[in-house]
Design a protein around this ligand. Sequence first.
Ligand SMILES: [Zn+2]
Length: 456
Amino acid sequence: MLLPCCLQADDYYRVHFDDRLHAVEVEACFDGPAPGQLYRSNQAARFTEWIRTKSRDISRYSYGSRLTLPELPNDACVSWRVNLKQAAGQKDNRLALSLDGSIITDGDLWFWRDGEHRPILVEVVLPRGLSISTPWKERASPKGKLGSNPVFRPTPTPASWSSRIAIGHFDVQRIPVAGTELRLATIGRLNARQHETISAWIKENAKAVASVYGRFPRQTPQILVIATGQRGEAVPWAHVLRGGGAAVEFFVDETRSLNSFREDWKATHELSHMLLPYVAQDDRWLSEGLASYYQNVLRARDGRLSEQQAWQKLHSGFERGRAGTNSGSLARATIHSGWGTIMRIYWSGAAIMLKADSKLRMLSGGRQSLDSALAALQECCFDRERTWQARELFSEFDRITGTSVFTDLYREHVENDQFPDLEYTFAQLGLVLRSDSIEFDPDAPWGRIRCRIMKG
Ligand SMILES: [Zn+2]
């Protein structure tokens, strides 16, 4: 069907949470022909109470992570109901977690979407007084049509990319940072001072990442912070998610001081991941390497680390990576990754980033750097969400910078059994080791580059 320019054809989902957050009902109405399949968590079937069209039950069409839709007329609707209470009652709470009157679930437990990148609008009916935190872009409701319920447009990402959605008693705090607005939701029982600590910590780290090229790499990312109570460290665990939009989920010990949050590297690391599009798992030496490099560089740039401390931490990381290099090439170690290869993967990637950054700065007389290459990458290549291979991302970096720096490094190190050699780079930069402690050689040929890396 041809539509006038302004009326985009959308599938329309209406999501209804019950008052006690025990269940969610979703009605998906498709624009024109229905998609062939809907994708969801492979655990969703266990908690799904029914699936039906307007006229019949179609539960038998569901299998594992797929619902294969029967033949349906144009503009048909399909509904389903998922038992959240049961899902959150499992011992393993990775799929759904109930915390202080809120529920946090994997999006694909109940938000089942096509694999065709169809445009979707999602209207959410929430119990009175409750909020929702999603990675989806919030849309202003056209007057009169949608009432006062929030309406979202998920970014059309691959159906397999995961997301986290929280509903409950919390505020979604909007934190403006360099051209974007973070949407921070902190879940758990926190006092006002703890809330302030969390937002100051998130803000500082987002600013650090925005300093790479003057703006934060993603629009309105979702930041979900789950307060777990006392733990051995301020941020026991965190990860980036990309389904439906960019997001980071942090598990934190909310009782810690702002200082102990500031001393933790994980927020800088996780938010730095947003400087790249999604890189294939088998190539994650690249995404983890970039985040491991910047977690130290950016903390030096905003003064949380001295230049010496940042170089020292990079050096210690490279040493751990070297010690963990014993299972073949970097490509092989990444594909067969396990606990034994984590250091090899992360710090080989970081070593490659240091080499790329230094070389670009040297070749261009300081006009180019890893920072400027990432800025150009965001401009050219962030509009369509897809999975990138390291090889094609490195070719893109070479195209952007007009050099062969990245593909040369790829060729040298990715199929190589050894940890990337850093002797020459360290010597040029003037990084000298004295009994494992980094000192600076004031006369080094790339001394200026060494300073610029840590000063931005
Ligand atoms: Zn990471």
